[in-house]
Each structure stands twice: as C-alpha cells, then as structure tokens.
Design a protein around this ligand. Structure first.
Ligand code: 9MR
Length: 354
C-alpha cells in the first residue's frame, strides 16, 4: 500500500514536472508537439519515405521537430524487402531504422502480411500450404529478427478484411493457409521478438459498422485463444467532413478486450480547390482525432500518413483531393498542426482514472 502511494506520488511528480516544461502559465506550449505528446505518454508518429529522408533536410526537420516515432511508408513491405525469393534488400529499412535511432525516434514496423505490394515471384507463384507457410515464416523471421528489440510495434497483418463488409479478404495467405494465417503470423512474429507489440491494422472501422464488428469478433477469438495479438491499428484515412464522431467509442470496444489501439495512418483529404476555411475545419478534425485517442486510456498513439502534402499518397490515389497532411509542400505547418497541438495542450488524464 505504502509503495503504491509512493509510486502514485512519483507519477504525479513526473507528470507535474513534464507539465511544467510543456505547459507554462501563459498556456502557450513549449518544446513543440513531441514534448506535449510526452506529457500524455502518447506516441505521435509519421510515415516516412526513404528518398526524401536521405536527401531533403527540410523534410527531415519536419519529422524530428514534430514527431516521436516513424513508420516506413513503403520500404518494409514485401516487394521492397524481398524482391527476389531469398534475396533481401535491407537498404531502405536500415535507412529508416538508422535515422530513427540517431534522432531518438521510435519505430512502428509496417507491414508483415498484406495483399498489396507483393513481389512478382510471390504474387504469381503457386505454393502449397507447407511451402507458403515456410515462405511466410522466413520473411517474418528475417524482418522482425533483423530489428529485434528495436521496433515498438509491428503491423503484422494489414487489412485482413474486404474493403467494405464483414468477410475476410481472400488474399494469397487466406487462399492457401485459411483463416488461421492470421494467428500463425502473430505467433511467428512473437517467437522472434517477444517484446514487440503485435497489431492487426485495418481501415474503414473507425466509425463502427459491420467491418468493425467482424474485426472485433476476430480479435476476441484471438485473445481468447491466447494468440499474441496486442493491438488494433485504426488507419484513419478520412475525408474532410466525414471524420466519424464515434472513434473513441469504437476504440474502447477493443481496449475492453485488453488490447491497445492506435491511429496508425491518419490523413484528412480535402476536395480541390481547397479554401482557408476548409483548412481551419480540417484542423478541428485533426484535433478531434487526437482528442479521441487521449480519451481512451488504451490508445497509445497517433501516426500521420505522410510528412507533407508533397509526399502524400492522396493526390495520386484520389485525384481531385489534396492537402491531407499537417504540412504543405514547402514544409510549412498548416492549421491541422495547430489542431494536434491544441488537443495535446490539455491537462493529462490522471493515471488513477486510466
Ligand atoms: O502510402 C502508400 C503509397 O505510397 C503506396 O503507393 C500504396 C501502395 O498500396 O500504399 C500506401 O500505404 C498504404 C498502407 O501501406 C496501408 N494502408 C493504406 C495506405 C494507403 O494506401
């Protein structure tokens, strides 16, 4: 009991000390978003691409000045890591890891199993279950093993459900190994890095609905069976004006299972032409997403998908939409960043209520 009280005091002291740094009396935050995120114990991440990370100082400054972790946007995916069977290319993943470690940033690993960005040898090959299982375990073993102890969390299975609806996606893994490919992949990653937090990462679940229900049932089953699933990633690719109100309650369903959750790929795309009023409204949407995470004790972080509007997947994939990230093409902060800062500037929830 006495120890618990002491520990409680220590927590209060640490929080108060951090607050004193981040929230001076005039209420203006100092130290930027990373210091504010630290007050809440929140990870504030961003997806990075290798080329600009290596060559563009302004791009790097946005990352180091505003975020506490990075996710590799593409370079840890199958086609980049194992373009030939058994032939691994570590140049991109190593560059991201080295940068992160040099800058004191955490890393989210993305992603071990997905239906997209597969190398041709895998996508077009034909494998029986034992062989595909061997290939899967080899890849997971190589990637998770290389960075063992250095990656906080892995998106082990990405987008296991169909785009819209409750059915599991009939991807390569499902087609050959059946539904339990998900549990097998989680076990394979866990064996190699028992400390890493292992996630299923999905889109279109943020506002609840049939897909979220199906993911919930899957997660519940995995938890019941003792499969090493630790978290659910809510991707958070939103359209301006359609950010769901019930993000926090959807996340809470999953944390009630004992899982952690994170917003893993946040962006809010705006139809062109973009007005200042829309950017201001978008700031409110970014703010609301970060607040939702802060409202859920098991929500560990928010990652933005793309460093700036010049390095966002949106214009290519959704022609007519743009301006989805908190920085413009010249690395200048937009109102969305202020939205994030405002959300983080509130008092942290006392540990006891968590
Ligand atoms: O942002 C990524 C983009 O550069 C790639 O071209 C695309 C290819 O599928 O993948 C994008 O990232 C995706 C992520 O890995 C999983 N969730 C959806 C993201 C946006 O498509």
């Amino acid at each position: 009991m006495a120890l618990a009280v002491l520990a409680g005091c220590a927590v209060v002291f640490v929080v108060a000390a951090a607050l004193a740094v981040a929230l001076p009396e005039d209420g203006e935050p100092e130290g930027g978003p990373p210091a504010l995120a630290a007050v809440h114990g929140l990870d504030l991440g961003v997806a990075v691409a290798v080329e600009p990370l290596l060559r563009d100082g302004g791009y790097r400054d946005v990352v180091t000045g505003n975020y506490t972790s990075v996710t590799a946007e593409n370079t840890m995916k199958w086609d980049a890591v194992q373009p030939e069977r058994g032939g691994f290319d570590w140049s991109g993943p190593d560059a991201v890891m080295d940068f992160a470690e040099a800058e004191g940033l955490d890393v989210r690993g993305h992603t071990l199993l997905w239906h997209n960005q597969l190398p041709a040898w895998l996508e077009r090959g034909s494998f029986d279950p034992p062989e595909l299982r061997r290939i899967m375990r080899e890849h997971i073993g190589a990637l998770v093993g290389r960075y063992q102890g250095r990656v906080e969390a892995w998106d082990v299975v990405n987008e296991p459900f169909v785009d819209e609806g409750a059915a599991l996606r009939e991807n390569l893994w499902y087609g050959v190994l059946g539904e339990d490919y998900i549990a097998e992949a989680l076990w394979a990653a866990h064996e190699v890095d028992p400390e890493a937090r292992l996630y299923i990462n999905e889109f279109g679940i943020e506002g609840g609905g049939a897909k979220a229900d199906a993911l919930y049932a899957l997660a519940e089953d995995l938890v019941d069976r003792g499969v090493p699933l630790h978290g659910i990633g809510f991707q958070g690719h939103f359209v301006h004006g359609q950010v769901p109100e019930d993000l926090a309650s959807t996340m809470r369903r999953f944390t009630d299972l004992g899982l952690e959750v994170a917003v893993t790929e946040l962006d809010v795309r705006v139809p062109e032409p973009v007005t200042e009023a829309e950017l201001d409204a978008q700031a409110g949407e970014y703010r609301r997403v970060v607040e939702s995470c802060l409202d859920v004790p098991g929500c560990v972080g928010v990652t933005v998908w793309g460093v700036d509007d010049g390095h966002s997947w949106i214009p290519e994939w959704f022609p007519g939409y743009t301006s989805a990230t908190p920085f413009d093409e010249d690395h200048r902060p937009k109102p969305a960043l202020e939205g994030i800062v405002e959300a983080l500037s509130r008092r942290p929830t006392p540990p006891s209520s968590g």
